[in-house]
Design a protein around this ligand. Structure first.
Ligand code: PHE
Ligand code: FE
Length: 286
């Protein structure tokens, strides 16, 4: 079966998961019995390290929702069962986690999101990949993405993104739209408490990038603007050189509400921008 990871950009390696386990919609069941004691320990250590870093760097909504995963940093000792998280998530926002073997192609991915079903990889990185893994594993998918699915506005945004993805696919604009996913759902920053906080899962699940994204003077930070964001390429194997900021999830929702068809049309006539293309923020005003 040809797997074309789109969200994380084209990869030259075959994906790591076992896709023979998956059905036609790419979902499977969480293979809980397959986890070793080492797997559970890796998850617990990642959770504790990352939870300790969050104050001052993660957005309020993420910190508030983290306990909804059902574990506290003081006593986390295992990978959660997705079914247990699902009971709480269904009550909060009507979303459900579904298990996948890894990255899945764009149409099944968008379809799941449009149905308020979030694909979560069940396997976990090896201990030698503790600090960094290119492909999303259960720690990235669960710890990084799931807390904000408990936030009603953000949860609606992700569903809208899925619906928009199916439309973008029909219009040949997946690459443009996937940059919006990248720079919001994966690497978004939000203005809070007179400063910046992270809400993107790629940042929140990375110990190094969390500090880099929020505090380092190195990267460029621009206000989120659809056209600029969808023209900007991204890096899948290093920290981002450009981040885009929002004021609130409601602003993100409102900004992406309009029909993107004319925007895709306009983007066809505009050159792409490098990930580190410098821009004066004033050029993005309005
Ligand atoms: N408004 C977009 C469209 O018309 C859909 C969308 C919503 C995309 C939210 C991303 C996020 O295609
Ligand atoms: Fe992700």
């Amino acid at each position: 079966m040809a797997i074309e990871p789109v969200v994380y950009g084209a990869s030259d390696r075959p994906p790591r998961g076992d896709y023979a386990r998956a059905g036609a919609d790419y979902t499977c069941t969480q293979d809980y019995a397959a986890y070793t004691a080492q797997d559970h320990d890796t998850y617990a250590r990642l959770f504790r390290r990352q939870a300790a870093l969050l104050p001052g760097l993660a957005c309020d909504e993420f910190i508030a929702a983290l306990p909804s995963l059902g574990q506290r940093p003081e006593d986390v000792d295992r990978i959660p069962r997705f079914d247990e998280v699902n009971e709480r998530l269904l009550r909060a926002t009507g979303w459900q986690l579904v298990t996948v073997p890894g990255l899945i192609p764009e149409v099944p991915f968008f379809t799941l999101l449009s149905e308020r079903r979030f694909p979560v990889t069940d396997w976990i990185r090896r201990p030698d990949e503790f600090d960094y893994i290119v492909e999303p594993d259960v720690f990235h998918d669960l710890f990084g993405h799931v807390p904000l699915l408990f936030n009603p506005v953000f949860a609606d945004y992700v569903q809208r993104y899925g619906q928009g993805g199916l439309k973008a696919h029909a219009l040949g604009a997946c690459e443009q739209l996937s940059r919006l996913y990248w720079y919001t759902i994966e690497f978004g920053l939000i203005r809070q408490h007179g400063g910046l906080r992270a809400y993107g899962a790629g940042i929140l699940s990375s110990s190094g990038e969390l500090r880099h994204a929020v505090q380092s003077p190195e990267p460029q930070r621009l206000p989120l603007q659809l056209e600029r964001t969808m023209r900007t390429r991204y890096k899948i194997d290093s920290y981002q050189s450009t981040y885009f900021e929002i004021d609130s999830f409601q602003q993100l929702f409102d900004l992406t509400e309009a029909d993107f068809s004319p925007l895709y049309e306009r983007l066809r006539g505009l050159p792409e921008l490098a990930a580190d293309q410098v821009e004066h923020p004033a050029a993005l005003a309005a």
